[in-house]
Design a protein around this ligand. Structure first.
Ligand code: NAP
Length: 280
């Protein structure tokens, strides 16, 4: 498994398993077990996924040592203050059956994010989180955070896939030495990219699937990926992407299919950010 070094010197496995929308405990346990067997060590959950406790259970029951795992969770938008963030973090630790997280993210740039960041900084300084970061932050929100932050985020986890490549934000994050992590790396299975003709041609040339080509393309852009699947064969397929390389011409061809088409919520949509404060 390739590792990336974050701006605080910590390493992150460049590929992990996402568990968004896995709402069945048996499915979740099975997919974490399958993933561990295939060599995954990095798991991405969030309070709002309502499955941290199942992730914690599956990992606790495995024979992989805690120090060999990389666990990420995220504080949800309904926690808007320093104290609420501290309490949410404690709850996540309990559910995940661990005494530290490898990465903890502010899920969205919603109300109170600079206050929430102060809590993450204190937890980081206290050693309870190894790296801290944000999610769904675009340049204006990141710029604002950086005016008060004492610690620079290590990661920004943002929607990224072949039809929404985030070229401008990618350059901005790279310039700041903040790692770009892709959520929805496969377009959440609904962007159309998994049926794209250019990707199909490249996949055939390498005798790989389109999903594997997409994941390989992210990895070669130095992006961290956390594809989700509850199917054993796809979980195995998604990590089997370290034995081939896309050529410069193939990377350029994929850059050319970008539609700049977001598939999910927009961090600039103030109405949605407000609504999300009452979701839990
Ligand atoms: N920070 C945020 O705001 C945010 C938002 C969304 C997601 N995330 C994180 O990012 C992770 C990944 O994003 P995502 O789950 O939304 O989308 P995704 O990983 O891009 O796509 C998942 C979808 O693709 C299917 N799939 C997986 N592997 C496949 C393959 N090899 N071939 C064909 N289809 C395949 C899955 O179906 P099956 O499961 O049926 O196989 C599922 O429907 C999440 O699980 C979560 O951890 C974060």
């Amino acid at each position: 498994m390739d590792q990336l070094t974050l701006n605080n010197g910590k390493q992150i496995p460049q590929l992990g398993l996402g568990v968004f929308l896995v709402q069945d405990s048996a499915d979740l346990k099975q997919s974490v077990d399958d993933a561990l067997k295939d060599g995954y060590r990095h798991f991405d959950t969030a309070t709002i996924y309502h499955n941290e406790a199942w992730v914690g259970e599956a990992l606790a029951q495995s024979d992989v040592k805690r120090e060999d795992l990389f666990i990420t969770s995220k504080v949800w938008n309904n926690n808007t203050t320093y104290d609420e963030t501290m309490a949410a973090f404690k709850e996540s630790l309990k559910k995940l059956q661990t005494d530290y997280l490898d990465l903890y993210l502010i899920h969205w740039p919603s109300e109170g994010y600079t206050e929430k960041w102060r809590a993450l900084e204190d937890l980081y300084n206290d050693g309870q989180i190894k790296s801290i970061g944000v999610s769904n932050f675009e340049q204006p929100q990141m710029d604002k955070l950086l005016t008060t932050a004492k610690i620079k985020p290590a990661v920004d986890q943002i929607e990224t896939h072949p039809y929404f490549q985030q070229k401008v934000l990618h350059e901005y994050l790279t310039g700041l030495n903040i790692a770009h992590e892709a959520w929805g790396p496969l377009g959440q299975g609904k962007s159309g990219a998994l049926e794209d003709a250019t990707l199909k041609q490249i996949a055939d040339a390498h005798q790989k699937s389109i999903a594997q080509v997409i994941l390989r393309w992210h990895l070669q852009r130095k992006i961290i990926v956390i594809p989700k699947s509850i199917h054993a064969e796809r979980i195995a397929q998604n990590i089997d992407v370290f034995d081939f390389t896309l050529s410069d011409a193939e990377m350029t061809a994929i850059a050319g299919i970008d539609k700049n088409r977001r598939g999910s919520a927009d961090p600039n949509d103030e109405g949605w950010l407000k609504e999300s404060l009452s979701m839990n």
